[in-house]
Design a protein. Structure first.
Length: 259
C-alpha cells in the first residue's frame, strides 16, 4: 500500500508541473487590449471588417446586440474585457488552439499568454504551421522566441504596429529569463554531423544534422578535441563539435564563438 501511495504522489507531482493550458493571464490580456485598442461602438477596421470592443470581429462572431446575449452597446472597458476573455476561451478558438498545439511540457503562463495574443492576431493555422511552434515543441525556447519577429508582414509590407506587437509578445514570452541570455547565438553546420549526448566523440549518438542546417546554440562546453578544436555547442537535444559549425549570429558573448 505504501508503494502505491508513493507512486500516486509521483504521478500527481508530474501532472502539476505539466504544460500551462490557460487562461491568458492579465499581462497577456493587457497586451492584446493595447494592440487591438478599445472601441465602445461598432467601427469598420482598415480592411473593412466590422469590429467592436477589443478586436471582437463580426465576420468571426455573431454581433447581435446584446453581444454574447449580455453585453450592451456601447461597451465599457470592463464589458469589452469580459467579451475578449470569452472570445479567447471559446470552443475551437485561440486558447484551445494554443493548448492543443503546444506539446512543450514546461510551458508557463507568460509563454501561453504570448502565444494566445499571437494566435488571436494571426489565427490558429499560422501558429500550427509556424517554425516558432516546432522549435518550442523541441524544447528550443530561445529559438522559438526569435521567431516572433518574422510575423510582421501584411500584404508584403512590414507594419510598424506588428513589429511592436511581436516585440511585446516576445518580451512576455521570455519574461522571467526563460529564453536564456543566448537568444542570438546561432550557427550553421558545415558538414553532415552527429549529435552526441555529451561533449565527446565517444558519447552516444542521439541524432544527426545535414550540412547547412541552421542551429540555435544555448551553451558551449569543452570536450574531446576534434581536429584541434576542444569546443562543443549545446543544442536542444545534445552536443555538436564546434569544428563543424560556423557561427551565423552571435550575441557578442565570448562563448558564442567557434574557437
Ligand atoms: C563555413 O566557414 C568556412 C570558412 O570560412 C567556409 O569556407 C564555409 O563555406 C562555411 N560553410 C557554411 C555551411 O557556411
Amino acid at each position: 500500500m505504501i508503494k502505491i501511495a508513493c507512486f500516486l504522489t509521483a504521478l500527481l507531482a508530474v501532472s502539476t508541473s505539466a504544460e500551462y493550458t490557460g487562461p491568458t493571464n492579465q499581462a497577456g490580456l493587457n497586451l492584446i487590449k493595447e494592440f487591438e485598442g478599445f472601441y465602445a461602438n461598432f467601427y469598420t477596421d482598415p480592411v473593412g471588417i466590422k469590429t467592436i470592443g477589443y478586436g471582437h470581429a463580426c465576420h468571426v462572431w455573431n454581433c447581435a446586440v446584446p453581444l454574447n446575449g449580455k453585453y450592451n452597446v456601447p461597451l465599457t472597458q470592463a464589458t469589452a474585457e469580459a467579451l475578449l476573455k470569452e472570445d479567447l476561451v471559446a470552443p475551437g478558438r485561440y486558447e484551445q488552439c494554443v493548448a492543443n498545439a503546444v506539446t512543450y511540457a514546461n510551458l508557463n503562463a507568460n509563454q501561453f499568454s504570448a502565444l494566445a495574443s499571437f494566435t488571436f492576431n494571426l489565427g490558429c493555422g499560422n501558429l500550427q504551421s509556424s517554425t516558432l511552434l516546432s522549435l518550442l515543441n523541441r524544447g528550443d525556447v530561445s529559438g522559438a522566441a526569435e521567431e516572433f519577429a518574422k510575423w510582421v508582414y501584411a500584404g508584403g509590407q512590414i507594419l510598424p504596429g506588428l513589429v511592436r506587437r511581436r516585440a511585446a509578445e516576445k518580451e512576455l514570452f521570455c519574461s522571467g529569463g526563460t529564453c536564456g541570455t543566448s537568444t542570438t547565438c546561432r550557427g550553421v553546420t558545415n558538414d553532415g554531423i552527429n549529435i552526441r549526448s555529451s561533449p565527446s566523440t565517444s558519447a552516444s549518438v542521439v541524432g544527426s544534422l545535414a550540412s547547412g542546417t541552421a542551429i540555435t546554440i544555448t551553451d558551449r562546453a569543452s570536450g574531446t578535441n576534434v581536429n584541434g578544436n576542444p569546443y562543443w555547442f549545446k543544442i536542444s537535444n545534445g552536443y555538436v563539435s564546434a569544428y563543424y559549425v560556423n557561427i551565423s549570429s552571435s550575441n557578442g558573448a565570448a562563448w558564442c564563438a567557434k574557437n
